[in-house]
Design a binder for this molecule. Structure first.
Ligand code: NDP
Length: 247
């Protein structure tokens, strides 16, 4: 008997952790929707890699903080790939490096809109496709948080840390709300990962606090995400998996 298709959406998949997750998902047999905000060429390159792995792909521009964009994103996935079974809420921004007393409200709002509202909008649209209560076949979601959620980000990224704390609560609540509807929800909490999100010099600086003595790779995170999306973790929901080298 043929396995049902796995249809995955990764938000913010044009580069970094999202791109690595999209590529690994394809290698593990998923069709993948590659969401991005600005960099079409980078997203198209990730989609081409998914197709080279023998899976279907679509790259879709959408700002996850904008409700109409998210609705169009999911409608495009419906039309191009079919009914979604897996979601990775990865798109995220840090905002400027700043103490709280110097952070403009506009910058704080952008962080919360992208990281928290964006995760809510995507999760809500995914529930409508995955939940058995809504006629779906079940599925799984992973939210990319940060070790900052438990460290606080003092002097640098407190509102970013707060936004990651919020999505951890969102994931736990959703895990319990959807537990009998075939949908599992979990969090991956990365420590410092070598991507372009860091201002120059910051990755080297924060890596000094990592007991393993190195930053993580995008693939370190992608493997944890794929585990939590797979049937290997079938009794795991509402969990937080830290991928932070002991930090
Ligand atoms: P990058 O900055 O390398 O990539 C971010 C991705 O998100 C890009 O594809 C970008 O698209 C997309 N994106 C940003 N804003 C939006 C938006 N509003 N709508 C849609 N897409 C958007 O980041 P990382 O790969 O480093 O980070 C990925 C996730 O991991 C984030 O949530 C981050 O907070 C988290 N994380 C990262 C850590 C690290 O050390 N790198 C540590 C802990 C957590 P485009 O380029 O097209 O704008």
């Amino acid at each position: 008997m043929a396995c049902p298709p796995k249809i995955m959406l990764v938000t913010g998949a044009s580069r970094g952790i999202g791109a690595a997750t999209a590529r690994l998902a394809a290698a593990e047999g998923c069709d993948v929707a590659v969401n991005y905000r600005r960099d079409k060429a980078a997203a198209d390159a990730v989609a081409a890699d998914v197709e080279r792995a023998g899976r279907r792909a679509v790259a879709v521009a959408a700002d996850v903080a904008v409700e109409d964009d998210v609705e169009r994103l999911f409608a495009t996935v419906d039309a191009r790939l079919g009914r979604l079974t897996h979601l990775v809420c990865n798109a995220g921004i840090t905002g400027p490096l700043s103490r709280v007393d110097a952070l403009p409200a506009k910058a704080a709002r952008e962080v919360l809109d992208t990281n928290v509202l964006g995760a809510f909008l995507c999760a809500r649209a995914a529930i409508a496709r995955m939940s058995t209560r809504r006629g779906g076949a079940g599925g799984a979601m992973v939210f990319i948080s940060s070790a900052m959620a438990t460290l606080g980000g003092a002097g640098e990224y407190v509102m970013y840390a707060a936004s990651k704390g919020a999505i951890e609560s969102l994931s736990l609540g959703l895990a319990r709300e959807l537990a009998q509807e075939g949908v599992r929800c979990n969090v991956v909490e990365p420590g410092p990962i070598a991507t372009g999100i860091h201002p120059p010099g910051r990755l080297e600086h924060i890596t000094k606090a990592v007991p393993m003595g190195r930053p993580g790779t995008m693939e370190d995170v992608a493997r944890a995400v794929l585990f939590l999306l797979s049937d290997q973790s079938s009794f795991t929901t509402g969990a937080v998996l830290r991928v932070a080298g002991g930090r």
